[in-house]
Write a new protein. Structure first.
Lengths: 491, 259
C-alpha cells in the first residue's frame, strides 16, 4: 500500500504540474468567456451546453467502468497492467486515425484496442518465454509502445491536409472534445462492463482470489482473465479522450484503491469504486468548467486522489486517523489503569485502613509531583472511576474504580506468578512483562490462570493476590468491616 | 489390496506414466499409480520430490509432458465435479476483500456452474460445513483476521462444501496449531469412513504413520504405494529420503539447461 500511495502522490504532483505548464496539451471545457464562477456553476448544473453535457456524461460513464475494472486490477495485484495497456494503445490510436484520416471514433477504437491487446500479449510472451518477471515486461513494453505512438502522432501532425485537430488531446485528454459518437461508444462499453461483471461476478471473484481452485472446479480461468483484459482495453480506449493516455491508469486505480481502504467485501468495494470514479469524473469536469483554463484529465485525477487521501486519513477502520485515535484511547486507558493500581498500592501499604488517598500519597507512590498526581486523579474522576467530594482534598475510588483496580493488580500478580511457576523465570524478571500483560488479560484467561495456579493467594514477592470476592465487594473498610484484602472467601 | 476394477466401477484416481516438467526440467518421472476408493492416502517425500506437483498435475493444473490421468475413469475436465481441492494456504492473498462465508461458498461454485448465483440451499451447506470445522462464529470475519489454523479450517470447509468423492489436499497441516491438527485428522477420518478417497500431501514423517492408512512415497519417481503397515519400512524410507536419485536429478538439471 505504501508504494501505491507514493505512486499516487507522484501522479498528483504530475497532474498539479500540468495545471501550469501544459496549456499546449491541456483541454478546457469552457471556452474563454468572461463569466463569474456562479454563472458558470449555473450553466454546469443546468447542462445547457451540449459539449458540457457530453463531457459530464462521458466522465460519469468512465468513472463507473474504470472504477469497476480497477477494483479487479487491485485485488489481483495487477494495477500496473492498467498503466501498460493505456500506454500500449497509443500507436493504435494513430493507426486508426491513419486508416480513416478523420477522428472517426470507431476506427480509433478498433485500432487502439488491437494495439492494447498486442501490448498485453507481448507482456505475456516476454513473461512466459524469458526469465523476466511481469514488472520488467510491463516496464519495457509500455515504453516501447508509447514511444512508437508518439512518433506516429508526430508524423500525422506533419501530414498535409488531414483532419487531425484534437488528435494530440489523446495525451492528456479533453473531455470537452467528446462528440456524440464518443459518448455513445462510452455508454456501450460501460454497459458491457456492468453487464458482464454482474453476470460473471462469482467467476471473476473466485479466479481473482484463488485461480488454482477456480481451475480445479472447472472454471476457464484463462478465458476469464482475457475477458477482463479485453474489457479493460475497451474501457481504457474510450476513456482516452477524457483523461488521456498518461493519466487513464490513475482513473483505473485511484478510486479502486480508495475503496479497498474502506471495505473488506469485494461487492462493496466495486460499488464504492464506481461511486468514487463517478465523483472524480464529475468533480474534475466541474472544476475544469468553472476554472476557465483548467485541463479536465488532471483535475479528474486530482479529484480521485483527494478521495483516496480522504479514505487514507479518515477511513473508519483502517484510516490513519482512526488508528491513531484507537492507539490514543488505548494509551489513555492504560494510564488510568496504572493510576488505579497506584491508588491500590497506597491503600495496601496502610493495610486498607481508610478509603481515601491524598495527592501527596499518590504522588509519592508514583514518584511524581503532586500536580501530576492531581492531573491523573482528575482523569479518574472524569471517567467515574473515582470521586473527590468538594469539601475534601482526597481521592475516593468509586465501586467500579475499586473493581478495576483489583482486577489490574490481580492480573499483574497472577501473571508474575505464572511466569515464575510455569515459565521458570526469576522473580525479579517478571515485573516488566506483567506491566504490559495486566492491561490485556481477558476474564477467561484469568480464570484459566487461577485454575492452573491452584488459586494461589500470594504472588512471587509475597503480596496478596486480590480474589474474586475482593473484586466484587466494595472497598474493604466500607462493606467488610476493614477486613484485609485477599481473605474475602474465608468467611 | 486393490479391489477388482471393472468398467462400471472405475477407481477414483488412475495415473499412467505421468511425467511433469517445469521449464523442461522434469520433476516427476513416469508415475504409475491406481488409488482405490475409500483410502486416506498420505503423499510423503523429501522437499522437491514433486508432491504438490503430483496432485496439481492430476487435476490438470500443470501440463503433463506425457502420460495420462483418469478420475473415476474419465479425464479430469469431465470429472472435476467429483473432485475437491485444498490448495496450500500460502497460495492465496489473505488480504483479499472476502469474508469466511464468501470463501466457503466458493466450494459450491463448481456445482452451480457458470453464471448461476449461490442459493439459500448453498448457504445452508456452507454454514453446515463451517460448523463442522467449528468456524461458524467467524462466518462474517474478513479472512485476513484469522490465525493460520483458522485459515486452514476455512479452506477445509470450502472443500467440504464441494461435497466431492475424491479430495486433493496440499499440506493441510502446515503451520496449524495442535488443536486444528487433531480436528483435521478427525475430519479426514470421517470423510474416509463415508467412502471418500483422500490424497493428502504431508510433510511430517513422524505423524504420517498414525494419520494415513495408505502411503504414497515419492521422490521424483514413485518409490512405493501401499498400506502404511507394509510400506512404512526402514528400507523404503531409506529409498525415499536417504538414497538420493543423484543421476536422475543430474540428468534433470542438464535437460533443464538445454536451450
Amino acid at each position: 500500500m505504501n508504494r501505491g500511495s507514493l505512486r499516487w502522490l507522484g501522479l498528483a504532483v504530475l497532474a498539479f504540474g500540468c495545471l501550469f505548464c501544459t496549456d499546449v496539451w491541456a483541454a478546457r471545457i469552457s471556452e474563454i468567456k468572461e463569466y463569474s464562477i456562479l454563472e458558470q456553476a449555473a450553466r454546469f448544473f443546468t447542462l445547457r451546453d451540449p459539449s458540457l453535457r457530453n463531457a459530464l456524461i462521458g466522465s460519469v460513464l468512465m468513472g463507473v467502468s474504470c472504477g469497476l475494472l480497477g477494483s479487479f486490477l487491485i485485488v489481483r495485484k495487477q494495477a500496473l497492467m492498467g498503466d501498460a495497456l493505456s500506454h500500449a494503445v497509443l500507436p493504435g490510436v494513430a493507426l486508426g486515425f491513419l486508416w480513416s484520416l478523420t477522428k472517426n471514433p470507431l476506427a480509433i477504437f478498433v485500432g487502439a484496442t488491437a494495439a492494447g491487446l498486442l501490448g498485453a500479449a507481448t507482456v505475456h510472451a516476454v513473461r512466459t518465454t524469458t526469465k523476466h518477471k511481469e514488472d520488467a515486461a510491463l516496464g519495457f513494453v509500455l515504453a516501447a509502445f508509447f514511444a512508437a505512438g508518439v512518433c506516429l502522432l508526430t508524423m500525422i501532425n506533419n501530414l498535409p491536409g488531414a483532419q487531425k485537430s484534437g488528435l494530440d488531446k489523446f495525451m492528456f485528454g479533453q473531455a470537452a472534445a467528446l462528440g456524440d459518437g464518443d459518448v455513445i461508444l462510452m455508454a456501450v462499453v460501460t454497459g458491457l462492463v456492468v453487464v458482464i461483471l454482474a453476470l460473471g461476478y462469482k467467476e471473476f471473484k473466485v479466479t481473482s482470489f484463488d485461480s488454482g481452485f477456480a481451475r480445479a472446479i472447472g472454471f476457464p480461468a484463462q478465458g476469464i482473465h482475457y475477458t477482463l483484459m479485453l474489457l479493460l482495453a475497451f474501457s481504457i480506449v474510450v476513456s482516452l479522450q477524457a483523461v488521456g493516455v498518461v493519466l487513464v491508469s490513475a482513473m483505473l486505480v485511484t478510486p479502486a484503491a480508495a475503496a479497498y481502504l474502506l471495505t473488506d467485501r469485494l461487492g462493496r468495494m466495486l460499488l464504492l469504486a464506481a461511486v468514487f470514479g463517478v465523483v472524480a469524473g464529475a468533480v474534475g469536469s466541474f472544476l475544469s468548467f468553472v476554472g476557465h483554463d483548467m485541463p479536465t484529465g488532471p483535475l479528474m485525477v486530482l479529484a480521485g486522489s483527494a478521495v483516496f487521501a480522504a479514505a487514507l486519513f479518515f477511513g473508519p477502520r483502517y484510516g490513519i486517523f482512526a488508528r491513531w485515535w484507537k492507539q490514543q484511547s488505548r494509551a489513555a486507558r492504560t494510564r488510568r489503569e496504572n493510576t488505579l493500581k497506584s491508588v491500590y498500592h497506597v491503600l495496601e501499604k496502610r493495610s486498607f485502613q481508610g478509603d481515601s488517598v491524598s495527592w501527596q500519597e499518590l504522588a509519592e507512590q508514583r514518584r511524581e509531583t503532586e500536580d501530576e498526581a492531581r492531573h491523573l486523579g482528575d482523569e479518574l474522576c472524569r471517567h467515574q472511576l473515582a470521586t473527590r467530594p468538594r469539601d475534601q482534598a482526597d481521592l475516593f475510588l468509586t465501586p467500579s474504580g475499586w473493581q478495576r483496580a483489583c482486577e489490574i493488580v490481580r492480573n499483574h500478580r497472577l501473571w508474575e506468578l505464572y511466569l515464575t511457576n510455569a515459565a521458570h523465570m526469576a522473580a525479579d524478571h517478571v515485573h516488566e512483562d506483567a506491566e504490559k500483560i495486566e492491561h490485556v488479560l481477558g476474564e477467561d484467561t484469568v480464570r484459566e490462570l487461577e485454575r492452573r495456579l491452584n488459586y494461589a493467594t500470594h504472588d512471587p514477592h509475597g503480596k496478596i493476590i486480590p480474589g474474586l470476592a475482593d473484586v466484587q465487594s466494595g472497598l474493604p473498610s466500607l462493606t467488610r468491616g476493614g477486613r484485609a484484602v485477599g481473605f474475602g472467601s474465608d468467611t | 489390496m486393490t479391489a477388482a476394477v471393472t468398467s462400471e466401477n472405475p477407481p477414483p484416481l488412475e495415473i499412467h506414466d505421468l511425467t511433469v516438467a517445469y521449464y523442461k526440467k522434469p520433476v516427476l518421472y513416469g508415475i504409475d499409480v491406481t488409488v482405490p476408493a475409500g483410502k486416506l492416502v498420505g503423499i510423503i517425500g523429501p522437499n522437491g520430490a514433486g508432491k504438490s506437483t503430483l496432485i496439481k498435475a492430476a487435476m490438470g493444473l500443470l501440463p503433463a509432458s506425457s502420460g495420462w490421468v483418469k478420475i473415476f475413469g474419465e479425464p479430469f475436465h469431465k470429472a472435476c465435479g467429483r473432485v475437491g481441492y485444498v490448495p496450500q494456504r500460502e497460495s492465496v492473498d489473505w488480504d483479499f476483500p472476502v469474508n469466511v462465508m464468501d470463501v466457503v461458498l466458493m466450494g459450491r461454485y463448481g456445482r452451480l456452474g457458470l453464471f448461476r448465483r449461490p442459493t439459500a440451499a448453498d448457504r445452508d451447506v456452507a454454514r453446515a460445513c463451517l460448523d463442522k470445522v467449528k468456524m461458524l462464529p467467524f462466518a462474517s470475519r474478513q479472512i485476513g483476521n484469522l490465525s493460520g489454523g483458522q485459515q486452514q479450517r476455512v479452506f477445509l470447509a470450502r472443500a467440504l462444501a464441494q461435497e466431492s468423492d475424491l479430495y486433493f489436499m496440499d499440506e493441510p497441516f502446515s503451520g496449524v496449531d495442535a488443536a486444528t491438527e487433531s480436528a483435521i485428522v478427525v475430519l479426514l477420518q470421517e470423510l474416509k469412513d463415508r467412502g471418500k478417497t483422500l490424497l493428502v500431501v504431508h510433510h511430517d514423517l513422524a505423524t504420517a504413520r498414525e494419520y494415513f492408512d495408505t502411503l504414497l512415497l515419492l521422490n521424483m519417481r514413485l518409490v512405493a504405494f501401499g498400506p502404511t503397515a507394509e510400506v512404512f519400512t526402514h528400507e523404503i524410507l531409506q529409498k525415499t529420503y536417504g538414497g538420493r536419485l543423484t543421476i536422475l536429478s543430474e540428468v534433470a538439471e542438464v535437460v533443464g539447461r538445454q536451450p
